[in-house]
Design a protein around this ligand. Structure first.
Ligand code: SAM
Ligand code: SF4
Length: 365
C-alpha cells in the first residue's frame, strides 16, 4: 500500500494494477488518504470550485428496457410524461436566472423525427432566451449522427452518454438482446466526430462487476479521451427485473456501494486529472451527505434538479431518489449551503467547461 501511495504522490504513471489496488482499498485511514490525494489533484487541475448544472428530466418515456432502470419501457407502474415545450424552455430560463451557467436536458430514449424536431426547437428557443450564455448538455441516449449534429447546431454543447460498463459480457447480462454496446460505442464516436464535449460513465457496484472491470472502465475513459464523467452507484429499483435476476448471487450493501462510488471518483480523478467529474444524485440516495463526499473525493460538478416536483415521482431510476418533494428553489438553497459548508465556492455564471476539453480544442488547432 505504501508503494501505491508513494507512486500516487510522486506522479509516476499509474498502471491497471495500481487502479485495482486503489479501488480495493479498505479502512478509514486508507480511504481518507486516497480522497485527500484526489482532492489535491482536483484543486491543482480543475480548481476548488463546484459547478452547478441545473437538470431538467423532461420525459420518462423510453423505448428501451434496461433491466436495472425504473423508467424502462416495460415498467407499467410508471405514469408517463413528456413536458411541454414552453414548460421546458421556461424551466431552462429559470436555471439561467439562478446563475447556474449550465443546463442538462435528460430523458428516456426516444428516436423519432418528431422528438428530434421538438428538441431542436427547444434548444433554439433556449439559446435565444438566454442570449446564448447557457451551456447546454444533452443526455438523450443513442441517436444517429445527423440528429446529434442538428442538436449541436441548434445550441447544445455537451452530451452525456454512459456506456454503463466497459465489460461487454456484463453489458449483455444487464440488457435485453437487442440492446447493443457496439451501437452505444459508435454513438460515442459520432458525438466526438460531431464536435461535442463528450461525457460518459458507468454504474458502480453492479451485480457481477469486479474491481478489474471498474479499473478497465477508467482505462476506457482514458483511451477514448473523454472530457466529462458522470457515474454513480447502482441502486436497485423494486419494479425492475435486475434484483430478481441476481437474487442469491448479489448482496446489495448500500455502504459498499457508497464507498465504491467514492473510490471510483477518486481513482478517476487521480488517473485522468483534468476532466470534469459529477457527484451524482445516486450518491445522495445512499448517504445524506453523499454529494459533498463526492466533491471531497475529487468530483467538481453537481446537478441540482430543476424539474417541477409534479414530475419527479415519475422519474425514479432507482429506489430512494432524494429531493422528490423539494422544489427547485429549495434544491438550489440546500445544495449551495452544502457545498459552502465543505469550504468550496460555486462557479455561478461560469460554464465550467472541462479543462481537458479546452486543452483538446487548443491542440486540435
Ligand atoms: N436514457 C438515456 C440513457 O440511458 O443514456 C438518459 C437517461 S438514463 C435514465 C441516465 C442514466 O441513469 C443511465 O445511463 C444509467 O446509468 C442511470 N441509471 C438507470 N437506472 C439506474 C439505477 N437503478 N441505479 C443507478 N443508475 C441508474
Ligand atoms: Fe431508458 Fe436510459 Fe433507463 Fe435505459 S437507462 S431504460 S435507456 S432511461
Amino acid at each position: 500500500m505504501k508503494a501505491l501511495f508513494d507512486k500516487v504522490y510522486s506522479g509516476i504513471k499509474l498502471t491497471r494494477d495500481d487502479l485495482i489496488e486503489m479501488l480495493s482499498l479498505e479502512g478509514e485511514e486508507n480511504l481518507k488518504a486516497l480522497f485527500e490525494r484526489a482532492y489535491r489533484i482536483k484543486k491543482e487541475e480543475v480548481g476548488g470550485k463546484a459547478y452547478f448544472r441545473g437538470i431538467i428530466e423532461l420525459s420518462n418515456v423510453c423505448e428501451k428496457d434496461c433491466y436495472y432502470c425504473g423508467i424502462r419501457k416495460s415498467n407499467t407502474q410508471v405514469r408517463r410524461f413528456l413536458m411541454g415545450e414552453d414548460e421546458i424552455i421556461e424551466t431552462a430560463q429559470w436555471v439561467y436566472e439562478q446563475n447556474y451557467g449550465s443546463l442538462v436536458l435528460q430523458a428516456g430514449e426516444m428516436r423519432s423525427p418528431k422528438f428530434t424536431e421538438m428538441i431542436e426547437r427547444v434548444l433554439k428557443a433556449i439559446r435565444q432566451r438566454t442570449d446564448d450564455k447557457l451551456r447546454v448538455t444533452l443526455s438523450l441516449g443513442e441517436q444517429d449522427e445527423e440528429t446529434y449534429a442538428r442538436w449541436l447546431a441548434a445550441g447544445a454543447h455537451r452530451y452525456l452518454l454512459r456506456i454503463e460498463t466497459s465489460n461487454t459480457q456484463l453489458y449483455k447480462r444487464l440488457h435485453p438482446e437487442d440492446h447493443d454496446i457496439d451501437i452505444r460505442l459508435e454513438s460515442l464516436d459520432a458525438l466526438r466526430r460531431t464536435g461535442y464535449q463528450v461525457g460518459t460513465g458507468v454504474m458502480i457496484g453492479l451485480p457481477y462487476q469486479t474491481v478489474e472491470d471498474l479499473a478497465d472502465d477508467i482505462l476506457f475513459f482514458k483511451q477514448r479521451d473523454i472530457d466529462m464523467i458522470g457515474m454513480g452507484p447502482y441502486i436497485p429499483h423494486h419494479d425492475t427485473p435486475l434484483p430478481d435476476l441476481v437474487e442469491g448471487v448479489f448482496d446489495y450493501d448500500p455502504e459498499r456501494q457508497l464507498n465504491l462510488g467514492l473510490k471510483m471518483i477518486a481513482a478517476t480523478r487521480i488517473f485522468l486529472r483534468d476532466v470534469n467529474i459529477a457527484a451524482t444524485t445516486a450518491l445522495q440516495a445512499l448517504h445524506a451527505k453523499g454529494r459533498e463526499m463526492g466533491l471531497e473525493a475529487g468530483a467538481n460538478v453537481i446537478m441540482p434538479n430543476a424539474t417541477s416536483t409534479q414530475y419527479r415521482e415519475s422519474y425514479q431510476l432507482y429506489d430512494g431518489k432524494p429531493c422528490l418533494d423539494e422544489n427547485s428553489g429549495q434544491c438550489r438553497g440546500c445544495l449551495q449551503h452544502r457545498v459552502e459548508y465543505i469550504g468550496e465556492t460555486i462557479g455561478f455564471d461560469e460554464w465550467g467547461d472541462s479543462p481537458h476539453f479546452v486543452k483538446r480544442m487548443a491542440t486540435s488547432g
